[in-house]
Ligand binder design. Structure first.
Ligand code: MG
Length: 280
């Protein structure tokens, strides 16, 4: 694969991404796929989906787990509803994540990813050990499928994430770096965090955001790529200096406004193409 192929976050049914036709119209060669709902994850659908992808010349570079009942409405809601952290849904979601890994395998995709949720900052909190345990289970299941597991950044500081990954002790656990999330959640300056996480970054989102007045308490604001506080040129230059050559996957989370979403992703693709040329 060429260096830095462009991509877009995509969904086939429920989810925040654009659909496959839009990805095709935008002319991207790669996508991150929000895992379709459980009833859709059959071998027949995987086969059909692969044929469409092949006809469109699109490669899935990561399959993202997402779960019913998750809400990104505000920071406390994320904490209560997202990922493998909430105790009420943890066992079922851990099973479901294994199913998503199996579906990704049917698609020939060697990366599965997810937001784990808010991992406790205090590693002596019993919840920390519980989240470690289920994440190991998912990692081991993915490993048996020949896959790596990528944790999406944002809900932890770089230090917190590095400690968690080190405590997890698995060689197929890496990071999907999302610079805007660091700003939206108020967990740290993204470029600094990227340098810290460094070689563990194996996939990225190109997304932009503006800091909240009270970072970590209130949400920051997600904005079109290049209009926020990430600094796209510095972001790409930092990825370059880390030796990252994988896909640049655009994420713009305004599915309720599909026309605007498509137009803004189109502009983002232009911006990334210019920066790619400039940086090389
Ligand atoms: Mg993201």
């Amino acid at each position: 694969m060429e260096k830095w192929p462009l991509g877009v976050f995509t969904s086939v049914d429920a989810g925040l991404g654009v659909n496959l036709e839009v990805a095709h119209e935008l002319g991207v060669p790669t996508i991150h796929l929000h895992a379709p709902a459980a009833q859709t994850r059959t071998p027949e659908n995987a086969e059909r989906f692969l044929q469409r992808l092949s006809a469109l010349g699109i490669t899935v570079t990561a399959v993202f787990g997402g779960f019913e009942g998750e809400s990104y409405a505000d920071i406390p809601t994320v904490s209560r509803t997202v990922g493998l952290v909430p105790p009420e849904t943890r066992a079922a979601r851990t099973q479901e994540m294994k199913g998503i890994s199996d579906f990704a395998k049917m698609l020939g995709c060697s990366v599965v990813a997810l937001h784990l949720g808010f991992i406790p900052h205090d590693s002596s909190d019993p919840l920390y050990a519980e989240v470690l345990k289920v994440t190991r289970e998912v990692c081991d299941h993915a490993k048996a499928n020949g896959q790596n597991l990528h944790l999406e950044t944002g809900q932890e500081s770089a230090d917190g994430l590095l400690k968690f990954i080190s405590d997890l002790e698995r060689d197929n656990l890496f990071v999907n770096f999302d610079p805007a999330n660091m700003i939206l959640y108020g967990t740290g300056e993204p470029i600094q965090a990227l340098k810290q996480i460094g070689s563990l970054v194996r996939s990225v989102h190109c997304k932009d955001g503006k800091w909240a007045a009270n970072p970590g308490v209130d949400w920051g604001q997600e904005v079109p790529l290049g209009e926020g506080d990430v600094g796209m040129e510095t972001y790409l230059r930092t990825l370059d200096s880390l030796g990252y050559t994988g896909p640049l996957t655009i994420e713009r989370e305004i599915p309720q406004e599909p026309e605007r979403q498509k137009a803004e992703i189109g502009k983002a693709l232009n911006l990334l193409s210019e920066l790619k040329q400039k940086i090389g």
